[in-house]
Design a protein around this ligand. Structure first.
Ligand SMILES: Nc1nc2c(ncn2[C@@H]2O[C@H](COP(=O)(O)OP(=O)(O)OP(=O)(O)O)[C@@H](O)[C@H]2O)c(=O)[nH]1
Ligand SMILES: [Mg+2]
Length: 300
């Protein structure tokens, strides 16, 4: 399957809830207040979010007044172009000197470890050498899970026993990445809530230690969000970002949810770029976030 087809397939449920539903609603209609209301309801049902939906409806109403959009059939092309515009895409910013250090954070079960494996595979395919740091020392299973992925990918993992200080693992991993001349170090962390102060302090310690060993590290702190939680994920991200600096988002589990509309409000709500989306549990199921392709997949 090509990239776009995989994205389309991953977004199937959201596409049904959003693009599919809109196509049915607008067919043969004139753009009037009644139609605007139905469109807004559809946006909300797909978890686009209250503020973003209201803004889109306002823009659509204004376009109606200008005569730019009269018929229902013109609604989708209008929404497509306006949505793509307001989505912020981001790329991984590589450090001027290797290794680039990517710290992965997020709440329990959001998809961090799986996303790390997928990201590592993605980087390797692009000729980058990767080292993994098993910074989730909380559960034995967490280290095992990452170890299995590292074997499957044939890349090095730095780990310690369960219960070890995650900052110590991070330091070792940074050391290994430097001495191996790796291009990228990706550090896993245990799931945490922004309200768990000791765990947030632990995160700060990990950051400090990484920065001590590698100037400017972590260069990227990617927050992994579970797309199946829709608007909750967006609110959670806001609070997480207030508690610790985040440079971008990986939106995981977009497949199997009809709530993928939430991504459309991330820019409005957070002003953080979505850097990758996860559309499945297998290694190829990660894609660089491309707003135009995303919107196209949502409405095609
Ligand atoms: N369908 C689907 N499942 C995913 C995706 N990403 C992760 N998962 C699944 O979500 C579950 C949790 O993923 P993990 O990667 O272990 O999540 P985590 O954030 O590391 O979890 P903790 O370490 O326990 O906090 C696993 O069953 C993954 O297979 C995705 O993009 N699509
Ligand atoms: Mg994990």
């Amino acid at each position: 399957m090509g990239l776009f087809d995989r994205l389309k397939e991953g977004l199937r449920k959201t596409r049904d809830a959003l693009g599919g539903a809109l196509v049915r609603i607008v067919k043969g209609r004139k753009l009037d207040e009644e139609l605007l209301e139905e469109i807004e309801e559809t946006l909300l049902r797909a978890d686009v979010g209250v503020a973003t939906s209201a803004r889109l409806i306002d823009e659509l109403r204004e376009a109606g007044k200008r005569g730019e959009v009269r018929e229902g059939e013109q609604v989708l092309p209008f929404l497509k172009s306006h949505l793509a515009e307001r989505l912020a895409a981001g790329r991984i910013v590589f450090a001027p000197e290797k290794p680039t250090v990517i710290l992965i954070v997020g709440v329990n079960g959001s998809g961090k470890t799986t996303s790390i494996a997928k990201l590592a595979g993605w980087l390797r395919e692009r000729g980058k050498t990767v080292v993994l740091g098993a910074g989730d020392t909380f559960r034995a299973a967490a280290v095992e899970q990452l170890t299995i992925w590292s074997k499957r990918l044939g890349i090095e993992i730095v780990k310690q026993d369960t219960g070890a200080d995650p900052a110590a693992v991070a330091f070792d991993a940074a050391d290994a990445a430097v001495s191996r001349g790796a291009d990228v170090l990706i550090v896993d962390t245990a799931g945490r809530l922004h309200t768990q102060e000791h765990l947030m302090r632990e995160l700060e310690k990990i950051r400090r230690v990484l920065g001590k060993r590698i100037p400017g590290a972590p260069h990227e702190t990617l927050l992994v969000l579970d797309a199946t939680t829709g608007q909750n994920a967006v609110q959670q991200a806001r609070r997480f970002h207030e508690a610790t600096p985040v440079t971008g988002i990986i939106l995981a589990k977009l497949d199997g949810t009809a709530r993928g509309g939430a991504v459309l409000s991330i820019k409005d709500e957070l002003d953080l770029p979505v850097k990758f989306v996860g559309v499945g549990e297998k290694l190829p199921d990660i894609e660089v976030f491309d707003p135009v392709a995303y919107v196209e997949a949502l409405f095609s």
